[in-house]
Ligand binder design. Structure first.
Ligand code: UDP
Length: 246
């Protein structure tokens, strides 16, 4: 079941159901794209860069990341069962990978971070097979070689932490050449897993103000927050018009 948020389809699934769907995609043995959609990405797509929306339409699975998307689901009259963020989904998938014997590839973040993240994940999820790691600061003319490296490692799941929307563009461009892999962008998750950045405390997450915590810890994010009221305005207008035209 999907809901239309500002013209793009977003899946209405719990995190467990999302893991189930990814398991089916891995079983299908073909390239598959997963996008955890947040308001900043969608706002940019709608107002400025339509190609970003194309990527969402092409995705096999789109999750409601960010409170702004969850709120938009309520405005649309089709609430999401819960928020499915990049890091939460990644950790749930890593657990599944350890159980199922899938090989995972960690791509992105500063040199050394993906290796540290891999070490922590292996410790936390015994039996996890990390097919490979590579940092995210390669030049444009190295992109093909990086994709080749991932292909040779033959992972079932690829986590790309290059920041949005770079990671979504990269995945879209190279996934067919990599082959049967489920690929998803995970933003700053490798930094968190490696212990380089701390996530906002749980009480903040449950009060739905994780964004506020991130703002306090990384003040440079304030520009992104400014998008939220504009996004909210677009959503209100979109559904008011939709109701009027019904
Ligand atoms: N990053 C990268 N290559 C780049 C730019 C960024 O690997 O060319 C990494 C960066 O080190 C960080 C992640 O991408 O680990 C972006 O984190 P952020 O929390 O900003 O993700 P976003 O919220 O933008 O998706």
């Amino acid at each position: 079941m999907r809901v239309d948020i500002l013209g793009v389809p977003v899946d209405r699934l719990t995190i467990d159901q999302t893991v189930q769907r990814v398991t089916e995609l891995v079983g299908a043995g073909r390239p598959a794209r997963v996008i955890t959609l947040n308001p900043e990405y969608l706002y940019r797509g709608v107002t400025d860069d339509k190609a970003l929306l194309e990527l969402v339409h092409r995705a096999d699975l789109v999750t409601a990341d960010g409170e702004g998307i969850v709120w938009a689901g309520r405005v649309a009259g089709k609430p999401f069962p819960e928020r499915v963020t990049g890091i939460d989904l990644m950790l749930a998938l890593v657990q599944q990978a350890a159980q199922e014997g899938w090989r995972v590839f960690l791509l992105g973040a500063a040199p050394g971070v993906a290796e540290e993240a891999a070490e922590n994940l292996r410790r936390q999820y015994p039996g996890l097979q990390v097919a490979g790691t590579y940092h995210g600061y390669f030049k444009q003319d190295e992109e093909t070689a990086v994709a080749e490296r991932v292909r040779e490692a033959e992972p079932q799941v690829l986590f790309a932490a290059l920041g949005a929307p770079k990671q979504e563009r990269w995945i879209d461009q190279y996934i067919e050449s990599i082959g049967p892999v489920v690929a998803m962008g995970v933003g700053g998750s490798l930094d968190v897993i490696a212990g380089r950045v701390t996530r906002a405390p749980r009480w903040m997450q449950s009060l739905r103000v994780e964004w506020l915590g991130r703002l306090v810890m990384e003040p440079s994010r304030w520009r992104r927050i400014l998008v939220l009221p504009r996004f909210a305005w677009l959503v209100q207008r979109y559904y008011r018009l939709a109701r009027r035209n019904r």
